[in-house]
Design a protein around this ligand. Structure first.
Ligand SMILES: *Cc1c(COP(=O)(O)O)cnc(C)c1O
Length: 551
């Protein structure tokens, strides 16, 4: 490579060549295709370097904003990708990468996704997707059945119905949540006499028609930030995504919810949806869904469950009861690119009633005509890829029992890890896992004892020291590149609602073992010991030393 690299020539013939299947078996593209196909995952992993470059340094490889005048050879571009992109990407499939919701994929996704890319179907309408449209509807039906378990006759009637659909397939949990609240808003402020409905007349006219000063959605303070985005784009305003207090286990407090509903009434703000969370993003907790369903029914408002993360728990006979009440939701979000183990870019929202999506239906003469089976009329996105093909493949190849094993394994691994942390002298479990997510921090027994006896100001001071330590351990561990946990800030009731920085662990990769987690803790312990020797943590060290002297 380098300065003397050959330059490709711009010509019509060369241009045509990149659109056709390479003929000669020795052609560069064929060779690349073979090399990559032989062992893509292994090949890519070998090229990821563990040592971390800071982003500013990486940015230098991406500073040129001029589009190349002359073409670059595919082989040269591939080299560039390997050296500069793959090498500095994140090894999300690693068993010790347990900090985020993005983890390993089953290997069959790689060859099968090639079929999807090669066919390049567009789900916006059947003219560009044919079998992919019924396939997508089937996937929606499978997830609908997982949640709502309607009769065979129900699915027989609605699955491929030309006017109705059981849900919407989209790029992820964010768009799924927006779609659910969009439908809820349009139904709550639907056509009424002279009033043509909020979809046509907008928010201002809708509020005037309903004689109120605002419209609101309620969710616990652990709600995902995609919900505030939804409130923003739906025009009700982020402040009207009303956060309700949670209990010691990060679950919405029904008493606080009822009080909030009363306050909104006094403020002349009309609630139109209540969101329950099945697997909070930070701590994996589940709201009391049955109780929320009762309150939503009593208020006559839409009940949405954000099960982007926790939805697949329904596969597990053992843990399914934890989501009891989800079947009473008007709509449910499930992310396929999380615990269905599908590549990024696949989410779904399912509606209990097949007619629910009619409130957001849009038509265009040239493309999505009324009464057609096209899916584009009720999706926020227009053109969409055939990701449903990969979801269907995963559902069939892994199967209900396979998913149940994955779910059970994650929850049980988290339970054992939590028990181990609780038993350790120098770590403190902050949130108990309800699913496969837990949080903890480094806090030696001596410091924990001091916290216990301290007054509020002293506690704040000690927690600040620990927060800095947690932050610096997390950062150092990430830089070392061997393992990765994320960190977040919580205000747990167990710590008087003081801000606590914690390590967050998400256990969804089936290759993560107890041993991997033991090593992860051991590494954090070493980093803590190193950091204690630095001047930055002199106060914390002094605190530990006074405790040791007292013992
Ligand atoms: C991940 C997540 C989302 C957002 O999903 P994206 O796919 O990232 O858009 C929404 N809600 C919850 C509870 C989530 O965990």
């Amino acid at each position: 490579m380098g300065k003397q690299a050959k330059v490709a020539e711009s010509s019509w013939d060369n241009l045509l060549r990149i659109f056709t299947v390479p003929e000669a078996s020795g052609a560069t593209l064929n060779r690349l295709d073979r090399d990559i196909s032989a062992n893509l995952a292994g090949f890519l992993q070998e090229h990821i370097v563990a040592e971390e470059h800071d982003l500013v340094r990486i940015e230098r490889d991406f500073h040129d904003t001029r589009i190349p005048e002359a073409p670059v050879f595919v082989s040269d571009q591939t080299r560039f990708l390997l050296d500069k992109v793959v090498a500095q990407s994140v090894h999300t499939a690693s068993p010790s990468f347990v900090g985020h919701m993005t983890s390993a994929l089953p290997y069959f996704m790689i060859p099968l996704s090639k079929i999807m890319i090669a066919l390049n179907q567009n789900l916006v309408k059947t003219e560009t997707s044919k079998a992919f449209t019924p396939l997508e509807r089937q996937v929606l039906g499978m997830l609908h059945r997982l949640i709502y378990a309607q009769s065979d006759a129900f699915y027989e009637r609605w699955l491929h119905h030309s006017d109705e659909r059981l849900g919407a397939f989209c790029s992820g949990g964010t768009v799924a949540n927006i779609t659910a609240l969009w439908a809820a808003r349009n139904r709550a402020f639907g056509p009424d006499g002279e009033f043509p409905g909020i979809g046509r007349s907008g928010v201002f006219a809708a509020l005037r028609h309903h004689d109120c000063d605002g419209a609101a959605v309620l969710v616990s303070e652990r709600g995902h930030y995609s919900l505030s985005k939804a409130a923003d784009v739906l025009g009700i305003g982020r402040d009207q995504m009303v956060a309700v207090e949670t209990d010691a286990r990060n679950r919405i407090r029904p008493d606080a919810l009822v009080a909030t509903l009363k306050r909104l009434e006094r403020q002349r703000i009309r609630p139109f949806a209540l969101v329950g969370i099945a697997g909070t993003t930070e701590t994996g907790n589940i709201d009391p869904l049955d109780c929320l369903a009762d309150i939503a029914a009593e208020q006559g408002i839409h009940f949405h469950v954000d099960a982007a993360w926790g939805g697949p728990t329904l596969f597990s006979e053992r843990y399914r009861p934890r989501l009891a009440g989800i079947e009473r939701a008007d709509s449910v979000t499930i992310d396929a690119h999380k615990q269905l183990y599908v590549p990024m870019g696949a989410g779904m929202v399912l509606f209990r009633e097949p007619s629910a999506l009619a409130s957001i239906e849009h038509h265009a003469q040239y493309i999505i005509r009324q009464g057609s089976k096209d899916l584009g009329s009720t999706t926020l996105e227009g053109s969409r890829p055939g990701m449903a093909m990969l979801v269907q493949s995963a559902l069939k190849i892994i199967g209900r029992q396979g998913y149940a094993m994955l779910i059970d394994n994650g929850i049980e691994l988290a339970r054992r890890f939590a028990d181990r942390i609780a038993a350790l002298e120098d770590f403190e479990l902050i949130t108990e896992p309800e699913l496969n997510i837990l949080t903890y921090r480094w806090a030696p027994a001596g410091v924990q004892a001091r916290l216990h006896d301290a007054d509020e100001a002293q506690r704040r001071w000690i927690n600040d020291l620990l927060n800095r330590m947690t932050q610096s351990i997390q950062k150092r561990q990430r830089e070392r590149g061997k393992s990765f946990v994320s960190r977040t800030r919580l205000t747990p009731a167990s710590h008087d609602r003081q801000a606590i920085t914690v390590f967050r662990v998400v256990l969804a990769n089936p290759l993560t073992t107890d041993q991997v987690l033991r090593e992860l803790i051991e590494e954090q312990r070493q980093i803590a010991a190193e950091h204690l020797e630095s001047a930055d943590f002199a106060n914390l060290k002094a605190l530990l030393d006074t405790h040791r002297r007292r013992m």
